[in-house]
Design a protein around this ligand. Structure first.
Ligand code: CUA
Length: 156
């Protein structure tokens, strides 16, 4: 008599559990962004108007430079295919943005270590007082090629 009722009640509970778990994983926004940036809106704004073309620019003062860097899966532009070159004895302000997902931008061995967020520009300044070569690394997991995302900065 009651067996059927219990069976139905148990089934309802199971469905509720599955629903809760599914909601927790997907609905609450913890879904993984896949390696191709599946959840990223391709129409999302990239950088604002205050972001110039990627590259190294002479600053307004002597010895000051502005470097505009674009991070994208899985490159720094400039930095990866050709090194960023800045002169020795300089003060360099990096302006860093991303055109796809969140990346990191670290100049190894300096205080430059920031996130690169789509639609935002991170700004960080560092002084270089001797020539050298620095590695650039991405330290935010950004997809299957994250571990290959690196570049170089040369102070010459
Ligand atoms: Cu870009 Cu990790």
């Amino acid at each position: 008599r009651f067996e059927r009722l219990w069976l139905v009640a148990a089934l309802v509970l199971i469905v509720l559990f599955i629903g809760t778990v599914t909601y927790g994983a997907v609905g609450a926004g913890y879904g993984m962004v896949d390696a191709t940036g599946g959840q990223v809106d391709p129409t999302a704004p990239t950088a604002g108007d205050n972001f110039r073309e990627p590259g190294v620019y002479d600053g307004s003062e002597r010895g000051r430079y502005d470097v505009y860097v674009e991070a994208k899966q899985f490159l720094f532009v400039p930095g990866t295919s050709e090194p960023i070159r800045v002169p020795d004895d300089s003060t360099v302000t990096f302006h860093v943005t991303s055109t796809d997902v969140v990346h990191g931008f670290e100049v190894v061995g300096t205080n430059v270590n920031t996130m690169a967020v789509p639609g935002q520009v991170a700004t960080v300044t560092v002084e270089f007082d001797e020539p050298g070569t620095y590695g650039l690394v991405c330290n935010e997991y950004c997809g299957s090629g994250h571990h290959t995302m690196e570049g170089q900065l040369r102070v010459v």
